[in-house]
Design a protein. Structure first.
Length: 114
């Protein structure tokens, strides 16, 4: 009986945060808002291939956070085919991408500042 009273006293004296419900916790720590495509961070990449006729570019890229995509090499469509005239295989670039109409599409491309 003495042990039960001691345990009850310890629980009563426990810090409030130990007694929070999941809802209380979520109210104090809301999930981060989804990144807006316009505000997406640029990702680093190396141009592997430029296909002017197909209006596509192959990039070996780092993580793309707004698309929840890990690093890999893949082919992208481009929103503006004029972007392809600025780059060649081997160039190091930074780019933004979105999923448009079901296709991964480069929406902006630039050369990194060094």
């Amino acid at each position: 009986m003495k042990k039960m009273l001691m345990i009850a006293a310890m629980l009563a004296a426990a810090p409030v945060h130990a007694q929070q419900t999941a809802a209380d916790h979520a109210a104090h720590h809301p999930a981060p808002a989804a990144a807006s495509p316009a505000k997406s961070a640029l990702s680093d990449a190396e141009v592997r291939k430029v296909d002017l006729d197909a209006k596509k570019i192959t990039l070996r890229h780092g993580p793309i956070p707004n698309l929840d995509m890990p690093p890999m090499t893949m082919v992208f469509q481009v929103k503006d085919p004029a972007m392809l005239e600025q780059v060649k295989a081997g160039d190091k670039v930074r780019f933004s991408a979105e999923k448009i109409g079901g296709a991964y599409t480069i929406t902006g491309i630039e050369f990194p500042r060094n």
